[in-house]
Write a protein that binds this ligand. Structure first.
Ligand SMILES: CC1=C(CCC(=O)O)c2cc3nc(cc4[nH]c(cc5[nH]c(cc1n2)c(C)c5CCC(=O)O)c(CCC(=O)O)c4C)C(CCC(=O)O)=C3C
Ligand SMILES: [Fe+2]
Length: 378
């Protein structure tokens, strides 16, 4: 079979890669309109919005996410150029400029007709998967209404178990362990964190036939956590058996059940149980954006300091060159599939299979309404 990573691999039939992300405010005047975009029709209590607005104002109204996506774009373009992959990379967001629809309009104007899409979410869930597909359908509808030529979008598969995602996280966890005082290091808990979502959303995530009750969201995270813990154990020779998956950034009404425990409650429980210390490993995110800078570095770290519990935090993959190489691998793999070629080697580590290419009917359902979604069976 052809080596997917060989120089000059073909991206045909794709004309472009689109980086599709969440977006964030870039100044104080952006904060409220950004939050309005994020929460439109989602039943988030007003108090929570005021509170989250404060998180942004604490950082001058600037979310780190856009700058981090610019860095990712740069490293993707560099990686593609160095490997003879002639594929332009565009960027659009769900909630803030550069908006998805503007990126799509630009692509259409540049003659792009078929696009591979990378979302900055590695896992299955409504927020991280189908909602982006709905955003793509909305943008395509706008272009159609404007009389633009037809464009086809394909979303690349979930990459949580790609070695280019897991391996940098192992190194980042090792670095965070090394920041702990020596006597704590070998006994520290690895506390993996991800975005809490409503338990009903977790139950419906991923193709139901593949996961059944409980959905794919939690098992996918448990898989990544187990791989990182194993990688750390291998590198240090110290068995890191004590690890947990916990949740952060809960919003929504209090009477609706979301995934638990919360990171801050968990740190308290660790302290009560006499734990020596902990490393927080934010496996749920691709960059150190506001959910990491505020919810972990500010809030959870303050709780740890109150408790006197030594805690450090591992970085996310961000613009790691191995992640960029993984994206290239995913593009070349999918391009080969779309050309009708046999693809024998799909990179994935651990016990779960490489994710599906095309979201099957009914996966990651929208909890509020059945809306058109692109790049899937329904
Ligand atoms: C699964 C998931 C990811 C990971 C996958 C992915 O990346 O897509 C994620 C990422 C992010 N979430 C972010 C910000 C926010 N998320 C909110 C609200 C919500 N997130 C949810 C889930 C997720 N969110 C959910 C179920 C809600 C409730 C409302 C709803 O059902 O939609 C709110 C509203 C206020 C609040 O209540 O917190 C904000 C401001 C930012 C930007 C950070 C920055 O600015 O640097 C990022 C990357
Ligand atoms: Fe969120």
């Amino acid at each position: 079979m052809p080596d997917l990573r060989a120089p000059g691999g073909s991206a045909a039939p794709y004309d472009a890669l689109l980086l599709l992300s969440f977006g964030g405010p870039e100044g104080p005047e952006d904060v409220v309109p950004f939050l309005e975009n994020v929460t439109r029709g989602r039943g988030i209590p007003r108090e929570r919005l005021v509170e989250v607005g404060q998180h942004y104002f604490l950082f001058g109204g600037v979310s780190p996410i856009n700058e981090q996506n610019r860095e990712l774009l740069a490293v993707l373009r560099k990686d593609f150029a160095e490997h003879g992959l002639d594929l332009p990379v565009y960027w659009g967001n769900r909630n803030w400029a550069p908006h998805l629809v503007d990126a799509m309009r630009e692509m259409a104007g540049d003659g792009v007709r078929r696009v591979a899409v990378l979302t900055t979410s590695a896992y299955a869930s409504y927020s991280g998967c189908r909602q982006y597909r709905e955003n793509l359908a909305d943008a395509l509808a706008v272009l159609e209404a404007e009389g633009a030529p037809r464009m086809r979008v394909d979303k690349l598969r979930h990459y949580y178990n790609h070695p280019g995602f897991v391996e940098p996280m192992v190194d980042n966890t090792l670095a965070a362990l090394a920041e702990l005082p020596e006597p704590v290091r070998n006994h520290a808990h690895l506390v993996f964190t991800t975005h809490s979502i409503p338990t009903t959303a977790a139950d419906g995530s991923g193709p139901v036939e593949g996961h059944g009750k409980g959905g794919a969201y939690v098992p996918q995270h448990l898989e990544v956590a187990a791989r990182i813990a194993a990688g750390v154990t291998e590198a240090t020779g110290v068995e890191h058996r004590r690890w947990e998956l916990v949740y952060q950034s809960r919003s929504g009404a209090p009477h609706i059940p979301w995934l638990e425990p919360d990171i801050c409650d968990h740190l308290e429980a660790l302290h009560r149980a006499g734990a020596a210390g902990a490393v927080m490993v934010p496996i749920g995110f691709v960059s150190d954006h506001m959910e990491v800078k505020y919810d972990l570095d500010t809030e959870a770290m303050a709780r740890a300091a109150e408790l006197g519990l030594p805690v450090t935090r591992a970085g996310t993959v961000g613009a790691d060159p191995r992640f960029a190489a993984a994206v290239r691998d995913l593009v070349l793999e999918r391009a080969a599939v779309e050309r009708g070629e046999e693809v024998e080697r799909r990179c994935a580590v651990g016990s779960m299979l490489p994710s599906h290419d095309v979201c099957p009917r009914g996966c990651c359902p929208n909890p509020r309404a059945n809306r058109p979604a692109a790049a899937g069976t329904d």
